[in-house]
Design a protein around this ligand. Structure first.
Ligand code: NAD
Length: 330
């Protein structure tokens, strides 16, 4: 049987908490397939390289048969060289007293440099998944630098929010997570995101007919999903890592295969003006992926007035973020 050609995968911040949880499933074939060899190109800042060597040793010790090579580097051109997928995870975490705007300004330059390195060195059809926060605007920054790559290939991760929302709904309804479909996240990966329960289904039936506690849905559920990241930090003393890594895995895997009939996946992608959301922001929409691995924003989703207001509020936040970084958008 002929073997598939290996694909090259870059992961930035590879020695960090999410990186550590993300690399092993990629190496084991759980993301790109059990017959898909991979070449791992792991990128860290110079201070992270020693720790990254330890991660490499553990990857080697796992004896993954699909891993053809592991490169550890601080050089963007080497790290992104010829890659098919790039997971942009590395960024500075929010420090004490730091506002969101400070975080955007601190992390923006990282994504300028990485966008430029992707432009110079990655495959033209590279698929980029931005996880490092503020991920929507970081994605916009990198995308603006990489003119050689189709802007559609830059996406940011709101899949963790979708997964969190489905899990909350499963607990409330007693249904299994797999029975909940069409639960889409709209907007920014921030507390303004809108988890749309109005269009979700449980076992094919309108979710609102199964969960009839409308106050819980419109208040408690939305708030729980929006504030889940903060709640995890409160409980663990650290930001979510394994669940974020699994969400990145879901995002990448679902972007590489057709979406199951009737299902949607939440992806933050370049707004094309659908639903009145301003263009040229990276906004999470319900999407489907076709046989060619192309995603499409789901058209004609019915949004109530309350839902539209929430969806627009998150867009306004993204416009303000874009404004804060306009000096580094080329
Ligand atoms: N989108 C989401 O749903 C989501 C969820 C959770 C966390 N996050 C974000 O993911 C990011 C990573 O989280 P973590 O827990 O792994 O953090 P971490 O601090 O454990 O790891 C980050 C790693 O990135 C490295 N790094 C920093 N700057 C870099 C650069 N310029 N190039 C390469 N590597 C660099 C650091 O050395 C560190 O090893 C954070 O920004 C976090 O807020 C996003």
């Amino acid at each position: 049987m002929s073997q598939k050609s290996p694909i090259k995968i870059a992961v930035t911040g590879a020695a960090g908490n999410i990186g550590y949880s993300l690399l092993f499933p990629i190496a084991s074939g759980q993301v790109f397939g059990a017959d898909q060899p991979v070449e791992l190109q792991l990128i860290e800042i110079p201070q992270g390289l020693q720790s990254l060597e330890g991660v490499k040793m553990e990857l080697l010790d796992s004896a993954f048969s699909l891993v053809n090579s592991i490169t550890c580097t601080s050089d963007g051109d080497e790290g992104f060289g010829d890659v098919d997928y790039a997971f942009l995870v590395g960024s500075k975490p929010r420090g004490p007293g730091m506002e969101r705007a400070d975080l955007i300004r601190e992390n923006g330059p990282i994504f300028v440099g990485q966008g430029q390195a992707i432009d110079r060195s990655a495959k033209e059809n590279v698929k980029v998944i931005v996880v490092g926060n503020p991920c929507n605007t970081n994605c916009l920054i990198a995308q603006h630098q990489a003119k050689r790559v189709n802007p559609r290939n830059f996406t940011a991760m709101t899949r963790l929010d979708q997964n969190r929302a489905k899990a909350q709904l499963a607990v409330k309804s007693g249904a299994a997570v797999k029975d909940i479909s069409r639960l889409a996240i709209w907007g920014n990966h921030s507390p303004t995101m809108y988890p749309d329960f109005e269009n979700a289904l449980i076992n094919g039936k309108a979710l609102t007919e199964v969960i009839t506690d409308s106050e819980w849905l419109s208040e408690s559920f939305i708030k729980t999903v929006q504030q889940r990241g903060k709640a995890i930090i409160g409980a663990r003393g650290k930001s979510s890592a394994a669940s974020a890594a699994w969400a990145a895995i879901d995002h990448a895997a679902d972007w590489s295969r057709p979406t199951a009939a009737g299902e949607w996946v939440s992806m933050a992608v370049t707004s094309d003006g659908s639903y009145g959301i301003p263009k040229d922001i990276i906004y999470s929409f319900p999407c489907t992926v076709d046989e060619q691995g192309e995603y499409h924003i789901v058209p004609d989703v019915a949004l109530s007035a309350a839902a539209k207001e929430k969806a627009m509020k998150s867009a306004e936040e993204l416009l303000a973020e874009r404004d804060a970084v306009k000096g580094i958008l080329s």
